[in-house]
Design a protein around this ligand. Structure first.
Ligand SMILES: [Zn+2]
Length: 312
């Protein structure tokens, strides 16, 4: 009887424990709602709401007991320049936010998502007819990716497993101004680039169309990806794309010959418009995508550091 009780308690606590660390639609919703609320005014680079967003990420990183790995605690400050439109204050102070899960091993997996968006339409690249003064909430682009980043940080820091790689979680600034945060990081890395296994980027993972599936780019950036993609158990449809460059922050890592993955649910009518709102996010879809991403990473944990392949 004692033994049975022990087994029951062990199985029960194991179950409730794993439920706690798996990405949840509740957490995804809470993060996207906060980051894409009107209060955050579209997280434009150089605004105080952009700083508030960075602070929000730091708060979560601390909660998950990540170590600071910026140049000023969790922050890696840099100056971003607006080039697409002419504004009097084209130089803007912003940050990357960097947290480290140190497993005491040689190589590190980088997981990233940009946290900035278009603010109130005064920094260029809005698709609205009269963007100036309108809050571009950027729920899909890219509050959804930041929510994914935070849920993966919570998962890997909370699973009480010492993985065979360290993890570096980076929320990038100034992506919308031309991948400036990720480029700043790869040119001023806070750990040697030669120690990075691969980089997984999430940019716009909130609008899963179940029939189309999620696109996963970077498949051609290492000859080992096909093996890693085998036996993924999921109800979420996905397809792969070889390209390692283009579109978002993974491109900065690819340019430094680091294998990448890029998760993206595709373009839509609200892209770069004030109507990219929380209400349109597919929360279950995003949780499914994060489930795929975790399996891919866990498959890669079993392998040696990946070798980079240039995509022709
Ligand atoms: Zn984006």
């Amino acid at each position: 009887m004692k033994f049975l009780i022990f087994v029951f308690v062990a199985v029960f606590s194991l179950n409730s424990f794993s439920q706690n660390i798996n990405p949840s639609t509740e957490n995804i919703a809470r993060h996207i709602k906060s980051l894409a609320s009107d209060k955050m005014k579209g997280r434009g680079t150089g605004t105080k709401e952009n700083d508030k967003t960075a602070k929000y990420v730091v708060k979560q990183f601390k909660k998950y007991k990540l170590a600071p790995k910026g140049t000023d605690g969790f922050y890696q400050p840099f100056t971003a320049k607006i080039r697409r439109v002419v504004v009097p204050d084209s130089l803007r102070q912003t940050n990357n936010v960097i947290g480290f899960l140190d497993n005491g091993v040689e190589y590190t997996i980088v997981i990233g998502a940009h946290f900035d968006h278009l603010g109130t339409g005064r920094q260029g690249s809005s698709k609205a007819e009269k963007p100036e003064g309108q809050i571009h909430n950027g729920a899909d682009d890219n509050a959804s990716g930041v929510a994914g980043l935070l849920e993966l940080a919570r998962y890997f820091s909370g699973n009480s497993i010492r993985e065979s790689y360290n993890f570096l979680f980076i929320a990038f600034g100034a992506e919308e101004l031309g991948l400036l945060g990720s480029r700043h990081f790869v040119n001023n890395p806070t750990l040697p680039l030669s120690k990075i296994n691969f980089m997984a980027n999430m940019d716009m993972i909130g609008r899963l169309d179940p029939n189309r599936g999620v696109g996963i780019g970077g498949y051609g950036t290492s000859a080992e990806w096909p093996a890693i993609f085998k036996n993924i158990k999921t109800d979420t449809k996905f397809f792969t794309d070889n390209a390692g460059s283009g579109g978002s922050d993974h491109g900065s890592f690819y340019a430094k010959q680091i294998p990448v993955l890029f998760f993206h649910t595709g373009g839509h009518d609200d892209y770069h418009k004030p109507t990219d709102d929380f209400e349109k996010i597919n929360l279950n879809g995003e949780a499914g995508i994060l489930g795929i991403e975790i399996q891919l990473i866990e498959n890669a944990l079993k392998l040696e550091k990946l070798k980079f392949t240039e995509v022709k």
